[in-house]
Design a protein around this ligand. Structure first.
Ligand code: SDX
Length: 392
């Protein structure tokens, strides 16, 4: 209105239709999150990453035989083509794993030319299984690349999460014993990230998929959207923030003051949410896990104490209460990933592995809905009104 004198109503402002989906339900005021109708608290306590992946993608919980057949299909496709293993040689060891992930996923599609159809259900299955099987391997190779260590081959005698842990922390030099505490905790964290309705990265996957781009291209775009520090990249940013508070010796109270004064745009990373204007139910579950995992691993991490002090101080401060800012899923996850041995730059990669089933489920839902049209977000024009070209 300021620039052009026109208001939205003059343009017949039409609210863009909300996206219809049957996959995940969130009530931001009540702090409710349900996967296909099941409360996140029940899902996280009773299921596994792959069982939830089936639930999100196919709509119902799998029977035991459906689940074991699904796990077997995924196990059979964990190997990367040797040419794709060489893809990593082209990248510097300093490459951020999220950049490696999105480019490797895009490159992965070149090995399946001829089965990238977005209409053929069988080819959609092929893409689905290849991505679920190979994304963790690509992620582990990005981690190993950053360490300058040799890549291991998947060990299909292990479960999905055990295999992922071994690919990350095993070496050629000695046998690797999977710690059941680690694999159970990681499986639970992955479940908590599997879907979250129309968040930025899922909306990206749907928008790219709406042009009939293949599943690999859509997922690669979703990974890039997740990378940003306001979205999935926040878990990495939280650890950086906690480390800076620890290293500077700055008190939690002083840091909170700087956030409230918006000094140099500083934010309380891991706090706030577009939808949850109450607690994020996932944050509660992650916080519980943080205490359990660090105790089970015998890890004392001052960063967890700083995180708890920050939460306590913020929740008692009107600035945060008035703005309805609460811890979100990213606030405590990094402390657990660090205790597990992952470097900070792998945290958002772990978020991407968690979110992959949700992205796939939304792409398939959008893709099989006959009412789907190509995405075209509406614009409210605020530029100059029509005018004549100047005589020069
Ligand atoms: C995820 O959408 C999803 O579902 C995402 C996700 C998923 O599972 O996919 O849940 C995952 O992305 C979680 C969010 C992770 N990001 C962060 O933790 C980054 C820090 N948070 C903020 O950047 C922010 O809270 C957002 C981006 C998450 C949400 O922004 P909003 O809802 O648009 O809030 P806003 O920017 O309109 O802020 C409202 C007020 C502002 O103050 P005033 O201008 O009114 O004075 O709250 C302030 C903001 O400055 N504010 C913060 C803050 N978040 C908002 N102030 C300090 N620290 C913060 N973290």
């Amino acid at each position: 209105t300021k620039q052009t004198g026109y208001t939205a109503l003059d343009y017949g402002f039409v609210n863009t239709a909300a996206t219809r989906s049957a996959i995940t339900y969130i009530d931001g005021d009540q702090g409710v999150l349900r996967y296909r109708g099941y409360a996140i608290e029940d899902v996280a306590a009773n299921s596994t990453y792959l069982e939830v992946a089936w639930l999100l993608i196919y709509g119902e919980l799998p029977t035991p035989s459906e689940l074991s057949e699904f796990e077997e299909r995924i196990r059979r496709h964990t190997l990367l083509h040797e040419d794709l293993r060489r893809f990593f040689d082209a990248l510097p060891h300093t490459a951020h794993p999220m950049s490696v992930l999105s480019s490797a996923v895009s490159a992965l599609s070149t090995f399946y030319e001829g089965s990238l159809s977005v209409r053929d259900p069988e080819q959609i299955e092929i893409s689905t299984i290849r991505l679920l099987a190979k994304l963790p391997v690509i992620a582990a190779y990005a981690h190993k690349k950053s360490l300058g260590q040799a890549f291991l081959y998947p060990d299909n005698s292990l479960s999905f999460v055990e295999n992922f842990l071994k690919l990350n922390f095993g070496t050629m030099a000695e046998p690797y014993e999977v710690d059941p505490v680690l694999s159970k905790a990681l499986d639970r964290l992955l479940i908590l990230h599997e879907d979250h309705e129309q968040n930025a990265s899922t909306s990206t996957v749907r928008l790219v998929g709406s042009t009939e781009a293949n599943l690999f291209a859509s997922i690669s775009a979703g990974i890039n959207a997740l990378y940003g520090p306001l979205h999935g990249g926040a878990n990495e940013a939280v650890l950086k923030m906690l480390g800076e508070i620890r290293d500077s010796g700055e008190s939690v109270e002083r840091f909170i003051e700087r956030v409230k004064n918006k000094e140099q745009g500083v934010k309380l990373m891991g706090f706030g949410h577009r939808v949850y204007k109450n607690f994020d139910p996932r944050a509660r579950l992650v916080k519980q896990s943080a205490d359990e995992v660090l105790e089970a691993l015998g890890v004392q991490d001052p960063l967890l104490d700083i995180a708890k002090q920050l939460e306590e101080a913020a929740l008692a401060d009107d600035y945060f209460v008035e703005r309805r800012l609460y811890p979100n899923v990213d606030f405590y996850t990094g402390v657990i990933y660090k205790a597990m041995g992952f470097p900070t730059r792998m945290f958002t990669v772990l978020f991407a592995i968690g979110r992959l089933p949700g992205w796939i489920a939304h792409w398939r839902e959008m893709n099989t809905d006959p009412a789907t049209k190509i995405g075209r977000p509406q614009q409210l024009y605020t530029g100059a009104p029509a005018r004549d070209w100047p005589q020069r």
